[in-house]
Design a protein around this ligand. Structure first.
Ligand code: PLP
Length: 410
């Protein structure tokens, strides 16, 4: 461990890590699905509900003004966190899924029949299904970039060949939630732009493990979820390039998003409120502010380096196990290990047995069924690491896999 990465001090801030599962201490390795929450974020949630639960942007009273100030401070915090030019480019949503749905519904409504949307085979369903809905509604054509044969990386030649005069949007993940592959985001964005398309980057798996910067990626839209970055659930972010957001029609109608309403027609509020219909999760949004503070104070680069050490330790031991199949071997991959043991053991069996030993991993298709098809499996088990995991936990995980190996007679 590096001296400036005090893992015990970090762990002490996460109440959930003190839990036992049955007789065993919890070893939480399902961080790709959601991360645990530090005390400073929990305190912010408690404070929001206890001291300033009042609707934002609607009241003149003190509580409402405090809640509004906290929400808008969080918007500016997100802006600086990802290096956006303006806080008006930061839209709060319920999560990555809603952020992508917003773009798929709103931006697609400005497209013409026969226009093309490119996604990739490694997308989470939340970056496929919204585009399918839009394709059906507006007569668009949806295409998917495959993996390079025998590889965990995207086939960029196929991507280049797909980009054409009808391509309007390229939507792809920065990091695969199954393979851990970190895609060459800037290169893919540049390729989309060269074809005259806009690029949406799903940063759900990137944002807690690397520095995400709007200008470094040059993306037109970026989506991510608070709950995967040590923040509360129910909050997400859509970054959108201002000139695009200004042209796009509202996604949902209701309070907050209007300038004026008549029975016959309405006019829309300025950005970002045009896209924020209804009462937002203002308590969660204020708590996301604390989660970003926490990540930056801990050090995103230090967290990433720590996770990489755990990844290397775990993968080395796993690759030495007979019958172990690891899915994802791209250079520079994120700290995610998808695996199966032997030919017969299902990911569900592995997950259940690990849970019996206090170890939480994810099982199944991971909301990535097209990728499962490409890999020729119906599901995989997945262990993934976060700031608070330890080498001792990796060793406990490996020892548990060795026990499972014996139990299942693999
Ligand atoms: N995109 C990726 C790459 C993900 O891993 C996930 C969740 O696992 C999502 C999108 C969806 O995130 P949410 O359910 O928070 O909207």
């Amino acid at each position: 461990m590096t001296s400036n990465y005090d893992i015990e001090a970090i762990r002490a801030q996460f109440p959930a890590l003190k839990r036992n599962i049955g007789e065993s201490p919890l070893v939480y390795l399902d961080n790709t699905a959601t991360s645990q929450t530090p005390a400073c974020v929990l305190d912010a949630i408690m404070d929001g509900y206890t001291m300033r639960k009042a609707n934002v942007h609607r009241g003149v009273h003190t509580l409402s003004q405090e809640a509004t100030d906290a929400q808008e401070a969080a918007r500016r915090r997100v802006q600086t966190f990802i290096g956006a030019d303006s806080h008006e480019e930061i839209i709060f949503t319920r999560g990555t899924t809603e952020a992508i749905n917003l773009v798929a519904a709103s931006y697609s409504s400005m497209l013409e029949k026969g226009d093309e949307i490119i996604v990739t085979v490694m997308e989470h369903h939340s970056d496929i299904v919204p585009w399918q809905l839009a394709a059906e509604r507006y007569g668009l054509v949806l295409r998917a970039v495959p993996l390079r044969p025998g590889s965990s990386e995207l086939d960029l030649d196929a991507y280049a060949a797909m980009l054409g005069s009808r391509t309007r949007v390229a939507a792809f993940t920065a990091v695969s939630n199954v393979l851990g592959t970190a895609n060459p985001v800037r290169r893919m964005v540049d390729m989309a732009h060269a074809a005259g398309a806009v690029a949406l980057v799903d940063a759900a798996q990137a944002v807690a493990h690397e520095r995400v910067n709007v200008h470094a990626w040059d993306a037109d839209f970026i989506a991510f979820s608070s709950h995967k970055m040590y923040g509360p659930t129910g909050v997400g972010v859509l970054y959108g390039r201002r000139e695009l957001l200004e042209r796009m029609p509202p996604y949902q109608g209701g309070g907050e998003m209007i300038a004026h309403v008549d029975i016959e027609r309405s006019t829309w509020a300025e950005l970002p409120f045009k896209f924020e219909a209804g009462t937002p999760d203002f308590v969660g949004i204020a708590a996301l502010h604390k989660a970003i503070d926490w990540m930056e104070a801990t050090g995103i680069d230090l967290i990433a380096a720590h996770e990489q050490r755990l990844l290397i330790r775990a993968e080395k031991a796993m690759r030495a196990m007979p019958g172990m199949r690891i899915f994802g071997d791209a250079p520079g991959k994120c700290a995610i290990i998808s695996f199966l043991m032997g030919d017969d053991a299902s990911s569900y069996d592995i997950g259940m047995l690990l849970d019996g030993m206090g170890i939480a991993v994810r099982t199944g298709h991971h909301c990535a069924q097209p990728l499962m098809n490409a890999l020729g499996v119906t599901g995989v088990a997945r262990a993934s690491f976060a700031a608070y995991n330890t080498e001792a936990e990796v060793d406990a995980f490996i020892a548990a896999l060795q026990r499972i190996h014996k139990i299942l007679r693999l």
